[in-house]
Design a protein around this ligand. Structure first.
Ligand code: TUI
Length: 315
C-alpha cells in the first residue's frame, strides 16, 4: 500500500489531488474524487460568489470526505472567493496563476490548509515562508496555464528548496507517472487531464471525445506573448490563434479578447473546433472513461507494482 505524509496531513487514503480545471471541475467531479480517497477540488475559475458557494454546498452534500476549492488568482473575483472559503468553512485551498501572499494570513487564521501551485523554486520558497502546508510543483506538461520548467526538472529542485511536502503535477497520467514523481522526491501527485474522462466529469461529451482521440503530439502552447502561456489540444481555434500570435500583427488586446470565453465554448457548449480544449501532454494516455474511483485505484495499484519492481534493476 502506498501511504505518504500527504495522506496523514489531509486525512486521505491516496496521496492524489484532482487539479482545479476552469469550467470543468465542479462539485460532482470533486466529490467523486474525494469519495474515492483523494482530494477533489472545485474550480472557482473566473466565477463569482453565488456560483462557488452553490458548488461548495453541493459538494458537501455529496461527500463527507475532505475536498477543497482551487482559486485562480487572475480571477477578478479572487478576493471575494478568498473570503467566501473562510465563510463556508472550506478546509483546503489550492491556488494557481499567481502569488497568494495577501490572502494567506486570513486563510491560515481560519485553519485552512493552503497548497499553492508553484512554477519555480523561488516561488516555492516564498509560499513556504507565508505558511503553505505543501506546494504543488507543476511542470509545463500540464494543461492550461503553464510554467517554463518540466516536471522532471522542477520537482526535485523544489523538493531541495523547501521543507514542506511537494506534490508533483504535469504529465502524470498513470501509475508509472506516480512512481516517477515519488522517485523525484514528491510525496503526492495532482492530476487534471486524467480526470477529464472520469464518468463523473461534467465536461461536454465532445471535449471528452477529443481527449480520448488525442495523439502524443496533439497539444500546443499559445499565449506566450501575453505572459500567460496556455497548453491546449491543437484544433482550428488553436492553430488560427497561434498564427495570429506569431504574425506579430495582431494587437495583444485583440488576442486577449479572442482567448476569453474560448474554454467555456469547448467545455460547456461542446464547440471543439472554435473553443479552447485545455489538456496536458498525457492526453494520449487517456483511453477510457471510468469512474474516478477506478481511475485512482488502478493508478495506485500500478504505481505500487512499479515501485516494487524498481529494485529489480539493482545488481
Ligand atoms: O493555474 C493553472 N492553470 C490554469 S489557470 C487557467 S484559467 C486561464 N485561462 C486563460 C488564461 C490564463 C488562465 C487555466 N489553467 N495552473 C497553476 C499554475 N500556476 N501554473 C503556473 C502557475 C503560477 C505562475 C506564476 C503560479 C504562481 C506564479 O507566480 C508568479 C507571479 O509573479 O505571479
Amino acid at each position: 500500500m502506498i501511504k505518504t505524509n500527504i495522506c496523514d496531513i489531509f486525512d486521505i487514503k491516496y496521496p492524489i489531488f484532482q487539479g482545479g480545471m476552469a469550467w470543468i471541475s465542479e462539485a460532482t467531479l470533486a466529490a467523486a474524487v474525494s469519495n474515492a480517497g483523494g482530494v477533489g477540488f472545485i474550480s472557482a475559475m473566473n466565477a463569482g460568489v453565488p456560483y462557488v458557494r452553490e458548488q461548495i454546498r453541493k459538494c458537501r452534500a455529496l461527500t463527507d470526505k475532505p475536498f477543497g476549492v482551487n482559486i485562480m488568482l487572475m480571477s477578478p473575483y479572487a478576493l471575494d472567493i478568498a473570503k467566501l472559503v473562510i465563510e463556508e468553512g472550506v478546509k483546503i485551498v489550492t491556488t494557481g496563476a499567481g502569488l497568494p501572499a495577501s490572502y494567506m494570513p486570513d486563510w491560515l487564521a481560519a485553519g485552512i490548509k493552503v497548497v499553492p501551485v508553484v512554477p519555480s523554486t523561488a516561488i516555492a520558497r516564498r509560499v513556504e515562508k507565508f505558511g503553505a502546508t505543501a506546494v504543488i510543483a507543476e511542470g509545463g506538461e500540464s494543461g492550461g496555464h503553464v510554467g517554463e520548467l518540466t516536471t522532471i526538472t522542477l520537482v526535485p529542485q523544489v523538493v531541495d528548496a523547501v521543507s514542506i511536502p511537494v506534490i508533483a503535477a504535469g504529465g502524470i497520467g498513470d501509475g508509472r507517472g506516480i512512481a516517477a514523481a515519488f522517485m523525484l522526491g514528491a510525496t503526492g501527485v495532482q492530476c487534471g487531464t486524467r480526470f477529464l474522462t472520469a464518468t463523473e466529469c461534467q465536461v461536454h461529451e465532445n471535449y471528452k471525445k477529443k481527449i480520448l482521440e488525442a495523439k502524443d503530439i496533439d497539444t500546443i502552447v499559445t499565449g506566450k506573448t501575453l505572459g500567460h502561456p496556455v497548453r491546449t489540444l491543437k484544433n482550428a481555434f488553436a492553430r488560427s490563434y497561434a498564427e495570429k500570435e506569431q504574425s506579430g500583427n495582431v494587437p495583444k488586446e485583440e488576442l486577449e479578447k479572442l482567448g476569453a470565453g474560448a474554454l467555456r465554448n469547448a467545455a460547456v457548449d461542446g464547440d471543439v473546433a472554435q473553443g479552447s480544449i485545455m489538456a496536458g501532454q498525457i492526453a494520449a494516455m487517456v483511453r477510457d472513461e471510468l469512474p474516478a474511483k477506478d481511475i485512482i485505484e488502478r493508478m495506485f495499484e500500478e504505481a505500487e507494482k512499479r515501485l516494487e519492481g524498481a529494485s529489480l534493476c539493482l545488481v
